[in-house]
Design a protein around this ligand. Structure first.
Ligand code: PBG
Length: 336
């Protein structure tokens, strides 16, 4: 209804009317700037020991810790849905953890066996393995710790190199250092090349922040640090220029792709990183971001499907070429 005294018989003197391009779904599709595709998605998945295990993670409804047999079935399914890549995270039993994290480079360890089995059963899926000690250490830190609780950078890098080599030997396509030690990308690249793994790539968690959004992931892995926090190695959420410095270093050291993590509270960082590099930029839509959407949806407070698509589209619009997301399977189904 028009209000009384409306004068719409005299149009506004308005030559630019942006709404013209929004009139129909067809026009909106024609001028759409950002298209989310299943090709953009990397699916993080959790593997646990044993058989016929599929245990839901309480703070990540819809995400499971799978034993290898069921993980292979799930990967076959997500691969059929068009997902190109998975990022693998192991749940290590307490009796295999120690303060040096040596299980991380066991050639017959959970990650190594899992990668071998995946590459045998579903060779087309790109397998990205995590390089960091936190799933393997009793203290839950990503690096080695001295008696004062100080994280030891260079000795940690030595272990990370062994870990990356063992993953490459198992058949990983990309190793993804998520530990934030200085110099680890260069050390891993040199070691991979020296051992003949010239085609194994590095997806560097370059700008990884000390974020409270990792809580549900640490529940999933039972890897919450037993003391202290990760602020001496992960970045201060207040810093942007420092992210560009980290990105620059990782590129100089040999990274093939760089990552910003978390994603949603760091869209400005994704945007700035994209402007500084021609390498593919990945964004990690982390566990806490996933949990917030799931929780609000379970309460009936938001339209889950629309919020997921809007959130992931915002990451792409900011400049992400690839998105690691626990929503990958759901989104693949939506985009079918
Ligand atoms: C640890 C690691 C973490 C995540 C990926 N690798 C947690 C941490 O740094 O404590 C978090 C992922 C998520 O929250 O989804 N190397």
């Amino acid at each position: 209804m028009l209000p009384e005294n409306s004068t719409t018989d005299k149009p506004l003197n308005c030559f630019q009317r942006p709404r013209r391009l929004r009139q129909t779904a067809t026009l909106r599709r024609m001028v759409r700037e950002t298209i989310l595709s299943v090709d953009d998605l990397i699916y993080p998945m959790f593997v646990t020991e044993g058989e016929e295990q599929k245990v839901e993670i309480a703070s990540m409804p819809g995400c499971y810790r799978y034993s290898l047999d069921l993980l292979l079935k799930e990967i076959a399914e997500v691969s059929r849905l068009g997902i190109n890549a998975i990022a693998l995270f192991p749940v290590i039993p307490e009796n295999k953890k120690d303060d040096t994290g040596k299980e991380s480079y066991n050639l017959e360890g959970l990650v190594q066996q899992t990668v071998k089995a995946i590459k045998q059963a579903i060779p087309e899926i790109v397998v990205i393995t995590d390089v960091a000690l936190d799933p393997f250490t009793t203290h839950g830190h990503d690096g080695l710790v001295d008696e004062n609780g100080t994280i030891l950078n260079d000795p940690t890098v030595e272990v990370l190199v062994k870990m990356a080599l063992s993953q490459a030997a198992a058949g990983a396509d990309f190793v993804a250092p998520s530990d934030m030690m200085d110099g680890r990308v260069g050390a891993i690249r040199q070691a991979l090349d020296a051992e003949g793994y010239i085609n194994v790539g590095i997806l560097a968690y370059s700008a990884k922040y000390a974020s409270a959004y990792y809580g549900p992931f640490r529940d999933a892995l039972d890897s919450t640090p037993k003391f202290g926090d990760k602020k001496t190695y992960q970045m201060d959420p207040a810093n942007a220029r420092e992210a560009l410095k980290e990105i620059e270093l990782d590129i100089a050291e040999g990274a093939d792709m760089v990552m910003v993590k978390p994603a949603l509270a760091y869209l400005d960082i994704i945007c700035q990183v994209k402007e500084t590099t021609n390498l593919p930029v990945a964004a990690y839509n982390v566990s806490g971001e996933y949990a917030m959407i799931k929780a609000a949806a379970q309460m009936g407070w938001i339209d889950e499907k629309q919020v997921i698509l809007e959130t992931l589209t915002s990451m792409k619009r900011a400049g992400a070429d690839l998105i690691l997301t626990y929503f990958a399977k759901e989104v693949a189904l939506m985009l079918l």
